[in-house]
Design a protein around this ligand. Sequence first.
Ligand SMILES: Cc1cc2nc3c(=O)[nH]c(=O)nc-3n(C[C@H](O)[C@H](O)[C@H](O)COP(=O)(O)O)c2cc1C
Length: 183
Amino acid sequence: MRTKIILLVLLSAVLAACGGAKSKVLIVYYSQSGNTRAVAEQIYEKFGGDLHEITLATPYPADEGATIEVAQKQRDENILPALGGASENVNIADYDVVFLGTPIWFGTASLPMLAFVGAHDFDGKTVIPFYTCGGGDAGAYISDITPHMAGAVIFPAFGNNRAERTAGTHTAKIAAHLDQLAF
Ligand SMILES: Cc1cc2nc3c(=O)[nH]c(=O)nc-3n(C[C@H](O)[C@H](O)[C@H](O)COP(=O)(O)O)c2cc1C
């Protein structure tokens, strides 16, 4: 009997060590016209976890041209938009891995994403940035969020651009990237 109990205890210890705890995943994104949301949903379908769309106290206009005008003025005046309450209160401490998704605005992360990153603590987290853009690329997205990520491990960014969306290759491109992600 005693030997059986010792064996059972040993077996559960080995199983616990081998199994490892599954990482808790949070997917945070901002999206004005839906492109970044589509990538966030693709990530969610593959890895599950919690999905959080960044909201603002005062949303930008629906029209892209009008948004560019408002956001350009905020950039010129060094203003970040105020987050909506739920986005302020996301508890990053509850997660191990945080996917961070943003459209590229003016060659870097959108102002809502910069506001979110500045309002939260990523110490000890694995951060996996993603983006969508027009004709450009990730630009200064990573170098601009890095100062707010002390103690985090930041993965290379991945995303898609307008040409890829027009060609219809964007979903497969993201899927291929997700397939080789190990965290
Ligand atoms: C304010 C603003 C600035 C933008 N600046 C850039 C840019 O610098 N480079 C780029 O490639 N695309 C730029 N775009 C295009 C968006 O990055 C692109 O349409 C993106 O896929 C939109 O994502 P969403 O649908 O998730 O909002 C900008 C769009 C807006 C509204």
